[in-house]
Design a protein around this ligand. Structure first.
Ligand SMILES: N[C@@H](CCC(=O)N[C@@H](CS)C(=O)NCC(=O)O)C(=O)O
Length: 243
């Protein structure tokens, strides 16, 4: 049995981390039984979530988890795609993982109002006296990480411009297709669903959310992915589940 280490549902999303949601959807796509555990952050092999424990084997990072599942269980998430489609899917996935992600982190962690509505809640289980020290410290770490990565050097308006371009690109790639690469879901849909749902999350007031809301095809896509992979949910991120 596979244990997926994540943060647990938050903000109406399967997980606040798009990377955890991505892995959960990949496991669902692969039809593998799994359980979610939220107590494993301190043992994360790369200091980040998600990671999985598969029969004692620990695999960290959503991409390495995908490759582990493909190799160990003989799954090809991209079956039916030719080399060019696989390359486009990879490029789209990495645009979301390595670019849109940091714009979303900025909107949730740097903007005070959004932080108060969202990430501040992660600290509610900590003893009250240490919260006033720890919360600003962790926010400083996030700001430093954004600065080191580069996104954090831009103004909020510039970050919105960059993130909007990625959201628009995802909407254009989807076009009128049911899923990113065609009639059936492939690996990139696990990522795209996680990030687009994260961008559309109604908890946060952001111009990136407005940018995503402009695309009806993205909203219907989140609803379609919800119907397929979270059939127990009537909606995710304000998008009604519908096939
Ligand atoms: N490349 C990693 C990224 C994972 C990641 O950035 N996880 C974040 C949550 S969204 C995390 O655990 N951050 C905690 C930290 O950096 O301390 C993947 O694909 O799994």
């Amino acid at each position: 049995m596979i244990t997926l280490q994540g943060f647990g549902p938050a903000f109406g999303l399967p997980d606040p981390s798009p990377f955890v949601t991505k892995v959960e959807v990949l496991l669902k796509m692969a039809g593998l039984p799994y359980v979610v555990d939220t107590g494993g952050f301190s043992k994360a092999p790369k200091g980040k979530l998600p990671y999985i424990v598969d029969d004692g084997e620990i695999v960290g990072d959503s991409t390495f988890i995908r490759w582990h599942v493909e190799k160990k269980y003989g799954v090809d998430f991209d079956r039916g795609l030719d080399a060019e489609q696989r390359a486009i899917a990879w490029a789209l996935e990495k645009m979301l993982d390595e670019h849109l992600y940091f714009a979303l982190v900025h909107t949730r962690w740097v903007d005070d109002a959004n932080f108060d509505k969202g990430p501040r809640d992660f600290f509610r289980k900590l003893p009250a006296p240490i919260r006033p020290f720890l919360i600003p410290m962790i926010r400083r770490q996030v700001r430093r990480a954004l600065h080191a990565q580069g996104m954090g050097r831009h103004s909020p308006q510039e970050i919105v411009k960059l993130g909007t371009r990625s959201i628009d690109a995802a909407a254009s790639i989807l076009g009128t297709k049911p899923f990113m690469m065609g009639a059936e879901p492939s690996a990139v849909d696990a990522t795209a669903f996680a990030f687009i749902a994260g961008a559309l999350c109604p908890v946060f007031e952001t111009e990136l959310r407005t940018a995503a809301e402009r695309h009806d095809n993205l909203k219907r896509y989140v609803g379609r992915m919800t119907a397929r992979f979270y059939p127990e949910r009537s909606e995710i991120a304000g998008c009604q589940a519908a096939a």
